[in-house]
Design a protein around this ligand. Structure first.
Ligand SMILES: [Ca+2]
Ligand SMILES: [Ca+2]
Ligand SMILES: [Fe+2]
Ligand SMILES: [Fe+2]
Length: 569
């Protein structure tokens, strides 16, 4: 009886699916490719040796694969040429250093692509594109064929423009750059220009989509405070503006991660921030997209091989083999070396102090110096094996605090951080709260803090704890008091320090290890202001529910567990 019911239900679903397919097939749909942060730089003659003695000796000191960028861009254009896409969107940071030679070489490749394939390319600028004196006018000149010559409108004061993409869709390409800098440069004039373009699109019966370099929705919790240079200023309220402009899909880049996230307002209108990774940095992804009335269908594609004849000289046969068979693995290896150098930008005393002060204001500064000096000495100790006989390591100290330390392959906390960043960058991150790496990370931070608290005086300790509690009270506590914390630190009795550890790292770890409700790579993003079709809506909801139930059980469990408070005060 039960089996019969399931069969009947599945048959109905199938019939409804076919019905849904017929409806969407009748749409006026558009297929295209999206890439971002190509960070192009012409290949050197010989690859430099930046990390002598290591397997990835040629890794660049930036996280971008600069020596390989020519081969990567050619591979990307080869795949785009073979696809059924009608055009390509590139969301800024076209070049790495912004030298005019980089720009002209990039434009030449795009021009060859347009001529041989008959497909079009639309670009917008990123901060790197202006690092070496190229003016906005020069940018528009060099990239004339990639948006500006076919534009309906071009903003004189910026590189923003609009262009019809085919069918009823119109692109609003927004220049979000403060000339030569990382922060967004969105001015009142630019917003007024966008208002006008949106009104014009409406008058012409066109549906606008947008691209710009900066994110406008947070892709990790507290992005506006942790990584403020990667997102438009919160006071600009870009999400509301996009909704009012009728824009539902915005393609962004700049942060070099692969993530899609959304915002829905009270009127049930949804706008998506579709961030695409850097093409020449791990995980080296780009997207194919099909836009129709019902929504946007996205698929992720990898640079998984490059043509060795397009690479500079100087690679070992082993690396050449890796690049031609599993390029992503090569990119991951190089990314690890770059991270070692870049980590100081994100996890130095200055960086952490800056971040904390953005949360709580300057008043914490007085307590931070002695605190961080001790904390950094402790957190960068090796995890499992002391660096010298009789030396200290975090696992021994953690066991001394009564914790059961899981075994992982990570030797240092930097290794763990790199692992979380790479998981987040690849998208669709879904580490369960009991993942040994998350447990270990929590324990390492707790242990280092515990050791630090022995070094600093009681006054400093109490003031810090009070400030942190006040700073995170509203947002982080439900996350902080999590099952992950209970599992990692369950044996610990010192409530105040435990709470502080959780407050500090739970939101961070949650952000980097657990995706939000919008998947990142292969995903359908329904248009939330499309004509309502009750049957179709119901069907989509049921299919989504079934898919989620099977693929996201750990995430669901996690959310359930986070409802249970660890402390009662
Ligand atoms: Ca997401
Ligand atoms: Ca994500
Ligand atoms: Fe970039
Ligand atoms: Fe950028």
């Amino acid at each position: 009886m039960c089996k019969k019911l399931v069969c009947v239900f599945l048959s109905i679903l199938l019939i409804l699916s076919a019905f849904a397919f017929c409806i969407s097939a009748a749409d006026d749909s558009l297929s295209f490719i999206v890439a971002s942060d190509t960070h192009f730089r012409p290949a050197p003659k010989t690859v430099p040796v930046n990390f002598p003695g290591s397997k990835y000796y040629c890794a660049d000191k930036t996280p971008n694969l600069l020596s390989e960028s020519y081969a990567i861009t050619r591979e990307f254009l080869r795949q785009a040429a073979e696809s059924d896409a009608e055009f390509i969107l590139i969301c800024g940071d076209l070049t790495h250093y912004g030298h005019i030679k980089e720009h002209t070489a990039m434009a030449q490749m795009l021009s060859d692509f347009e001529q041989t394939t008959g497909k079009r390319v639309y670009v917008i600028d990123g901060n790197h594109d202006f690092f070496n004196g190229v003016s906005r006018d020069r940018f528009k000149e060099v990239y004339a064929d990639f948006g500006y010559s076919e534009a309906l409108e071009i903003d004189d004061k910026s590189c923003s423009y609009t262009a019809d993409l085919g069918g009823k869709y119109r692109l609003i390409a927004i220049d979000s750059i403060k000339y030569g800098e990382g922060e967004d440069g969105i001015t009142q004039d630019l917003l007024t220009w966008c208002d006008k373009q949106a009104a014009q699109a409406r008058a012409d019966g066109k549906t606008p989509i947008a691209m710009m370099h900066h994110n406008f929705l947070e892709h990790i919790r507290f992005q506006s405070k942790i990584l403020p240079a990667f997102i438009t200023r919160p006071e600009l309220e870009m999400k509301m503006r996009f909704l009012d402009w009728g824009v539902r899909y915005v393609f962004t880049g700049h942060q070099h991660g692969q993530d899609v996230t959304s915002f829905t307002d009270g009127a049930d209108r949804t706008v998506y921030d579709i961030m695409t990774t850097s093409l020449n940095s791990y995980p080296c992804l780009f997207r194919s997209a099909t836009l129709s009335d019902s929504g946007l269908d996205l698929k992720a594609h990898k640079i998984d091989r490059v043509d060795p004849s397009l690479l500079p000289d100087g690679y070992t046969p082993e690396l050449l083999e890796e690049m031609t068979t599993d390029f992503n693995r090569y990119a991951y290896g190089c990314f690890r070396y770059a991270f070692e150098l870049k980590k100081d930008d994100f996890i130095s005393e200055d960086a952490l102090e800056g971040t904390l002060n953005r949360f709580v204001g300057e008043k914490m500064s007085a307590f931070l110096d002695p605190f961080f000096r001790s904390f950094f000495k402790n957190i960068f100790l090796p995890i499992y094996t002391p660096s010298e006989p009789g030396g200290k390591c975090l696992a021994d100290m953690a066991r001394g605090l009564g914790l059961t330390v899981p075994q992982t392959q990570h030797a240092t906390v930097v290794d763990l951080l790199f692992y979380f960043v790479s998981v987040y960058y690849a998208g669709d991150e879904n580490l369960p709260y009991y993942d040994p790496q998350i447990v270990l990370f929590m324990q390492c931070v707790y242990t280092a803090l515990s050791e630090t608290m022995r070094d600093v005086n009681v006054q400093t300790r109490d003031a810090l704890a009070a400030d942190l509690r006040a700073a995170f009270r509203d947002e982080a506590l439900p996350f902080a008091v999590s099952a992950a914390g209970k599992l990692a630190l369950g044996a610990v009795q010192d409530d105040r320090l435990l709470e502080m550890t959780l407050l500090l790292i739970s939101p961070l770890i949650e952000s980097f290890s657990m995706d939000d409700e919008v998947a990142d790579n292969d995903v359908f993003l329904p248009a939330k202001n499309a004509q309502k079709n009750p049957v179709l809506d119901f069907l989509i909801r049921v299919i989504n529910w079934i898919a989620r139930a099977f693929t996201r059980i750990p995430a669901g469990l996690h959310r359930i567990f986070t409802q249970y408070p660890l402390f009662s005060r």
